[in-house]
Design a binder for this molecule. Sequence first.
Ligand code: ADP
Length: 269
Amino acid sequence: GPPRRTVEVRARPLPDGALVVTEDVTEARRVEAMRRDFVANLSHELKTPVGAIGLLAETLLAEPDPEVAERLAERVVNESFRVSRTIDDLLELSRIEAGADAVQEAVPVHLVLEEAADRLRPAAEQRGIDLRVEEVSPRVRALGDRRQLVSAVANLLDNAIKYSDPSTAVELRARADGDRVSIDIEDHGLGIPARDLERVFERFYRVDRARSRETGGTGLGLAIVRHVVANHEGEVTVESVEGEGSTFTIAVPAGPGPHPVSDVAESRP
Ligand code: ADP
C-alpha cells in the first residue's frame, strides 16, 4: 500500500480547555532525541564504574591475600573518584547551561590565565609538562563571568596536559583583538584526527575512549567550554595536527575600561 506518513503534533491545553496545535515540531523532536541520547550516554558513563566498584568489592570481600586486597581496594577508590568527577562535571555543566548565576563584569584576563594555571600546575608537574603562561597586561579585560572563564580555560589546560607527552610544553597566551579578547591554549601532544575535530565538543565524545579513561577524563570538559563560550556570545576554535599538537582559541567580547591600545601611548617616554 501507500507509504504511511506520520505527522506529529504537540498539543497544549489552554486555560479554557481549547487546544492549540503546533505542527512545527521538528525542533522539539530534535531536542527530545538529544535528551534521550544524553540520558542513555550518562547512564552508561555511570553504570560502568559503578558496576566495576560492585565487582571489585565482592572480590575484595573474598580475597585472602592482603597485597591483592590492597590493589583491589585502590581500584575501588579510583572508580569511585571517576563517578564523583563525572557528577561534578555534570553539575558544573548544568549550572553553566542554566546560566542563572552568570555575571557580566570586566574580567582582567591575566587573572583568568593565572587562576587556571594555578589549578593545573600540580597536574603539569606530575606529568613533567612545562606549563608556560605568557605575561598579559592587566589592561586586557574580557566582558563576562570570571568563574566561568576560569572554568573554560582550566578545562582546556587540563586536556592539553592530559593529551601531551612528558617534557613537552603547554602554552597559555592572551591578546586583545579589537573588541574581542582571545585566549590560546597550545600543546605539542597527540593532536586530534581531522575526522573527529567537529565532534569533540559533544558531551561524552572521545577520540580514544581508553586513553580518556586512563587519564581520568569524563568526556564533559569540552562541552563545558562550549557552553561558557556560548554564554559569552564568543567563539571557540581548534586547530590540530595529529601527532603534532593542538591549539584551542577562545574569543570573547572585550570588557570596558582602559582600552588595551592605550598601552602603546602610555609606554612612550
Ligand atoms: P575528556 O574528559 O575525555 O578529556 P573532553 O570533552 O575534554 O573529554 O574532550 C573530548 C575528547 O577530545 C577527548 O577525549 C580527547 O580525545 C579529545 N581532546 C580534547 N582536547 C585534546 C587535546 N588538547 N589534544 C588531543 N586530544 C584532545
